[in-house]
Ligand binder design. Structure first.
Ligand code: ASP
Length: 451
């Protein structure tokens, strides 16, 4: 009986089938909209400035408070920020699930869906490779490794670095082939529990394609449910957004209070290299916007500043994903079917900022440790980082965890991570802002090239 109905269903797919039309995020997010209209970016910038100032007052540079007191105060101040992150994170998985499926279901036809899939995969691989090449090039040009004094290296070799690297990576499991194999979940619920985004996205895509291959009469009820699920998630995001400015203040206070001048000294050239590389990458995006999408790049930047600032403040592209979708649809005028498919996908597998950072960090540590990376190793490095950035989830600090895998693959001591981990949060903020810029550029690009 069951088999019969499955067989019947599988006969259904046709390339020119008109699939269900989904509603845009727009009508679902009126209140979110009013918040953004209230110049969210300005509120966030003010919160950032106050957060940095308060963090400096608490931090070791001024030294009014003991480390313990500063820590306690900043923990309290960070409470709204942590609640903000948790509330959004709790709806990210159902939102990804609903949005990707609704995005797939609303493509004009299966042929178009294939076209989008192939184009976006090629686009992601090319832009990630460009990001890595920029990273390698700029690190060789600036050579930040030369500014590291060897005493620091000895300390990092003997000190806590051993624990850091052991904590960060279990080499036997984190090989690149393993990372690639594991993107296909055997049990999607276990991936949900572990928060592994990529297997969830892969499952969702397979699920979505299967859904549009069954009779519309059978798929419509589920699509209705998913649309309601999306509404519920957006409503929760909207509630959390009320906390956004105060959340940013607390999170930034916490980050800043942990940095003293000592942490930053010596690594200035390295940080500058990463930041300069990221800026060049943003220029590449603006060129895509100008020459391919034929839009004004400055208008593009001003349209996406809320998203960039929130990504910068939260260090999580997954957290800002709902705002990214909304911005793509409303401000960049990307079609809902594209925005709701490309943004969640990009959030999970397209991490250009992270890839660039990983390339810079690897070459920098190679310079510090005097490891010579030849042309073959360089090519291998590019492929490894492209693979790794696909497997990196959009949450704070994971870029450096995956970096450990990359370092092992090119023979650089893992202990080097101890050297750069102190400034990682600042670089994480910058690369996350670039990651979301990359996803938004991608949605605009697909919107333009696929009609
Ligand atoms: N925090 C980054 C993101 O969410 C990932 C990383 O650690 O590089 O995009």
């Amino acid at each position: 009986m069951l088999r019969k109905s499955v067989n019947n269903n599988s006969k259904k797919p046709k390339d020119n089938v008109e699939l269900i039309t989904i509603k845009s995020f727009k009508h679902k997010t009126k209140q979110l909209k009013s918040l953004l209209k209230n110049k969210l970016w300005l509120q966030v910038i003010i919160a950032l400035i106050f957060g940095i100032a308060f963090g400096i007052i608490l931090g070791p540079t001024i030294g009014i408070f003991s480390a313990q007191t500063a820590n306690t105060i900043s923990d309290w101040v960070a409470i709204p920020g942590n609640i903000f992150l948790s509330v959004i994170q709790m709806v990210v998985i159902p939102l990804i699930f609903a949005s990707i499926i609704l995005g797939i279901a609303s493509s004009k036809n299966i042929k178009q869906l294939k076209k989008i899939g192939v184009t976006i995969t090629i686009y992601f691989i090319i832009t990630t490779t460009i990001a890595i090449i920029i990273g390698i090039f700029i690190t060789n040009l600036i050579n930040p490794g030369q500014y590291i004094n060897k005493d620091v290296l000895v300390i990092s070799d003997q000190g806590s670095s051993q624990d850091v690297s052991v904590d960060l990576v279990d080499n036997s499991k984190n090989t690149v082939p393993n990372l690639i194999t594991n993107i296909f979940p055997t049990n999607v619920f276990s991936s949900i529990i572990k928060g592994e985004m990529l297997p969830i996205v892969i499952f969702t895509i397979i699920f979505g394609i299967a859904l549009i291959n069954i009779k519309p009469k059978q798929s419509e009820p589920l699509l209705e449910v998913l649309s309601s699920l999306q509404d519920v998630c957006i409503t929760i995001v909207k509630w959390a957004m009320v906390l956004a400015p105060i959340a940013v203040f607390g999170l930034i206070t916490k980050v800043t209070s942990q940095f003293g001048i000592d942490t930053l000294s010596g690594l200035g050239a390295y940080m500058l290299t990463v930041i300069l590389g990221l800026l060049i990458l943003v220029i590449v995006y603006l060129l895509i916007v100008y020459f391919i999408v034929k839009e004004n790049p400055f208008r593009f930047l001003s349209n996406i500043r809320d998203v960039q600032l929130l990504a910068f403040s939260t260090s999580s592209s997954a957290v800002v994903m709902p705002i990214s979708i909304k911005t793509a649809e409303e401000k960049l005028k990307v079609r809902p079917s594209i925005a709701q498919f490309i943004i969640p996908l990009g959030t999970t597998i397209n991490m250009d900022g992270t890839a660039l950072y990983q390339a810079v960090a690897t070459i920098f540590l190679a310079q510090v440790y005097g490891v010579n990376i030849g042309l073959t190793a360089l090519l291998f490095l590019i492929v490894t980082i492209v693979g790794a950035s696909i497997g990196t989830p959009g949450t704070p600090g994971v870029g450096i965890v995956i970096l450990a895998v990359i370092l092992t693959s090119v023979g650089i001591p893992l202990l080097g991570i101890a050297l750069i981990i102190g400034v990682d949060r600042i670089l994480d903020m910058c690369r996350t802002a670039v990651n979301v810029t990359g996803d938004l550029t991608a949605s605009l690009f697909i919107n333009k090239v696929i009609k």
